[in-house]
Ligand binder design. Structure first.
Ligand code: PGA
Length: 242
């Protein structure tokens, strides 16, 4: 499988900026690495209409009904959407998400045919207390318990140490590989048919100048990128095209 770079634009970019970015990106993109983008949901159609795969940054655990303000994974799939990022640390921090209440969201998204990028990661305090691996193990078990629809194509894990997101601090390639290797062992035990091939992305201050050494690690299959995905030029560089 090709390496995968996923741009998480968070709550950034207006329609004009999305259009200009996509034009600039597509003009130079070779397809050497896969490139997916999750813009603000209101502009997702612009990405759906481009050669890149389009994602949303959250979705409802329900497919329709009286859930004011929610985004239906079914509707998104019908529009031509491809993936959803679930359990990002900002959602865990500000919107009361946790691995337990993410479990039904993951199930619904998989049932509706979306690819799920499930995010896990520890805070600095948890790392300093030596809790990183046990915490990641809990996040994986709780979120992925009973996910019978999961396959190698529709489930991706993103390891994002919270202390590295938007801070300019990146986990060293060895620190990242240690956790990715651990995630790999859990996935292999949990999903014997495909866990050894499940893509595990690293996220947290991935930039053009550190991407290659991260991607050189055995169990790092790509990146989930915030800040550096906002400039077409930088995202092209992350995709190996600059
Ligand atoms: P960052 O964000 O690349 O700006 O650190 C990563 C993320 O939040 O997914």
């Amino acid at each position: 499988m090709k390496k995968l770079m996923v741009g998480n634009w968070k709550m950034n970019k207006n329609g004009k900026e999305c259009t200009e970015y996509l034009e600039a990106f597509v003009a130079k993109y070779s397809g050497r690495r896969e490139a997916w983008i999750a813009p603000q949901a209101l502009y997702v159609k612009l990405v759906i209409n481009s050669p890149l795969k389009a994602g949303i940054q959250n979705c409802s655990e329900h497919v329709e009904g009286a859930y004011t303000g929610e985004i239906s994974p079914r509707t998104f799939k019908e529009m031509g959407g491809h993936f959803v990022i679930l359990g990002h640390s900002e959602r865990r921090q500000y919107f009361t998400e946790n691995s337990r209440n993410l479990n039904p969201k993951i199930s619904t998204a998989l049932n509706e045919g979306l690819t799920v990028i499930y995010c896990v990661g520890e805070t600095l305090k948890e790392r300093d207390q030596g809790l990183t691996l046990s915490l990641i193990e809990d996040q994986l078990h709780q979120g992925l318990n009973d996910q019978s629809k999961a396959t190698v194509e529709n489930l991706i894990i993103a390891y994002e140490p919270v202390w590295a997101i938007g801070t300019g601090k990146t986990a060293s390639p060895l620190q990242a590989q240690e956790v990715h290797g651990f995630i790999r062992s859990i996935l292999t035990a949990k999903f014997p048919a495909f866990g050894h091939q499940t893509r595990i992305l690293y996220g947290g201050s991935v930039k053009p100048d550190n991407v290659e050494e991260l991607l050189a690690q055995k169990d790092i299959d790509g990146g989930l990128v915030g800040g550096a995905s906002l400039k077409a030029r930088d995202f092209l560089a992350l995709c190996g095209d600059m």
